[in-house]
Design a protein around this ligand. Structure first.
Ligand SMILES: CC(C)(COP(=O)(O)OP(=O)(O)OC[C@H]1O[C@@H](n2cnc3c(N)ncnc32)[C@H](O)[C@@H]1OP(=O)(O)O)[C@@H](O)C(=O)NCCC(=O)NCCS
Length: 165
């Protein structure tokens, strides 16, 4: 039985491994394993995760069953969108998908930003399971970008939004 709690520094080695494995399972067929390895090494290293954990106006959660970390989620108030929060990451290990962990982590994350009137996210256009998950949770497509995640990733994404409150 997994429960959702705020992440701590002690979790980050496991979270980094979870992200590496889940990214390869999700994106190797889309971007190739080498590109995934490059991006995950840059974005999901323990030092990169530590910076996210320390950020103010942000919430970093994990799903824990006492033995494994089955999923992670990270959302923060936007630095550019007024009264907007951004769901930056929501990942459930392939072994534990479709068991309600994503739903439980998202339920926690969407209540963490009382000042936000909406939440936005970016999702790979071919990631149909994730798009179905987000649609099931009230998100609708509002636009597109060609550089998901950072200024020059070259990764296309759909932008989705959900009103909060
Ligand atoms: C997308 C993801 C976060 C969903 O988490 P999850 O724990 O697997 O999903 P849940 O069990 O909480 O699903 C809740 C609901 O979302 C929808 N859903 C989830 N996965 C789905 C899928 N593969 N296909 C269609 N609908 C799906 C369903 O409505 C589901 O309810 P149901 O199981 O009662 O039908 C998870 O599958 C994941 O990490 N995928 C790989 C990484 C990824 O793509 N992350 C998002 C990056 S933007």
């Amino acid at each position: 039985m997994f429960f959702v709690r705020t992440a701590s520094e002690r979790d980050l080695v496991k979270v980094s491994a979870l992200l590496g494995e889940t990214w390869h399972a999700t994106y190797d067929s889309l971007y190739g394993a080498d590109k995934v390895a490059e991006l995950t090494a840059k974005w999901h290293s323990v030092p990169a995760l530590k910076i996210r954990l320390a950020r103010k106006n942000a919430e970093f959660v994990v799903a824990d069953n006492g033995k494994d970390i089955g999923g992670m989620g990270y959302a923060a108030m936007s630095e550019t969108l007024k009264k907007g929060a951004v769901l930056h990451q929501l990942y459930v290990h392939p072994r534990f998908q479709r068991q309600g962990i994503g739903r439980d982590m998202f339920a926690e994350l969407e209540t963490c930003f009382p000042d936000a009137e909406f939440m936005q996210l970016e999702v790979e256009p071919q990631n149909h399971p994730a798009i179905s998950f987000y649609e099931a949770h009230g998100f609708v497509k509002i636009g597109e970008t060609t550089n998901c995640g950072d200024g020059q990733s070259g990764i296309p994404a759909i932008i989705m939004e959900k009103p909060l409150g």
